[in-house]
Ligand binder design. Sequence first.
Ligand SMILES: C[S@@+](CC[C@H](N)C(=O)[O-])C[C@H]1O[C@@H](n2cnc3c(N)ncnc32)[C@H](O)[C@@H]1O
Length: 404
Amino acid sequence: MLNNIAFKDYKKSGDIHGTVLYPAVMIAPVQKNILNELILENDILSVFDPFHGSGTALYEAMEISPNIHLVGCDINPLANLITKVKLQGVKANVYKDIEKLKSYLADPKYIYPFSFPNMDKWLRKDVFESLKVIRSAIMHIKDDQNRLFFWYMLCDIIRKHSNTRSSTYKLHIKDTDAISRIENKVAENFIAAIEKNADKFMHSSNNFILYKCDVLKKMKTFDNKNFDVSITSPPYGENATTVPYGQFSMLALYTIPQNDLELEGWELENYSIIDSNSMGGINSEENINEYEKSLIKPYLDRISVSKHRKVIRFFSDYFQFLEELCRVTDKYIVLTLGNRTVDRVQINLTDITKTFLERRNFCNVKQAQRDIPIKRTPKVTSVVHQKPVSSMNSEYIIIHKRNF
Ligand SMILES: C[S@@+](CC[C@H](N)C(=O)[O-])C[C@H]1O[C@@H](n2cnc3c(N)ncnc32)[C@H](O)[C@@H]1O
């Protein structure tokens, strides 16, 4: 099942996963190969993705076995929206709703006002005005499934027309010239995108649950051995200095009306709060036991003391997650992992995870390494002691099976 995982010629643009941008997504055909074998050979009835992101694994599981029970969790409301739309699809009347949108845009009746913090910084005035019209048009669509699909498709349009650079997932302002060169094609790009992609959303599952919350808390509420397979790609470090999923999502989250998002109430307080509350974020505790400490000590010994706290904070959450994952998984754990670098020291998250899982009676049955061909996180990310530091450029897939 991990014999050929390169998929060098795979292009997301050909399938549903290419219809929206989300950071650090898994490669769909790789997940599909793994799930195919596990589901078809092992009497698998449920699949859990604790950090579902854009829903790659859950969607692929649905494609293999439409009635399988799917459970996912993510702290980011944009990930929740994206995955919900992939799993619930659109209604057959979506094309009528597209026509309604078009006639509304040709002759807008009422434009709902909206604003958000610092919007002048991130959206040029005319772009904001165009978005306001489209937003109002979408708000007039009555069908919930179709309306959420339209929000989903609007996300990339917002980002592409915003004043942030496309070279990074962080919000990083373009220079003035580049901002003035942005072509305002908000309406035409949006209509083209929904017309081109609506037919990719015709499959749906009626057996899924998505939780929009902190998975560390949510997992405590699940029974032992609740899921046959757990499959995920966890964050590989705290969001702030690895992948800022929250910051990446904020312009879309501020634009989509709150009643169409799954919110706990704190998510829109500021641009960095989702990242702060994510795994290993500044709001996490530093609480690891002696065994866990022994797993990261070889790395800590080589990392400057000023960076210990952030590493310990991340692993405090990560080990808690692995502990719970072993408890709630009945048969297989499949993880796609990256080894990040702190202070030029590469932390081997894959080895650490394998050792932890083996001790908890999940033995490793397969492992594979995959080069990451295209990355928005540059191969060289920062400079420490005047030397460039390379970021991850391989990912590792490990499959563990419960011993008893
Ligand atoms: C590597 S991404 C998952 C990508 C996904 N596999 C895909 O293919 O799109 C990790 C995800 O973990 C989520 N996350 C981080 N901390 C979390 C937490 N404490 N609880 C739930 N989700 C969290 C992030 O929002 C992000 O979507």
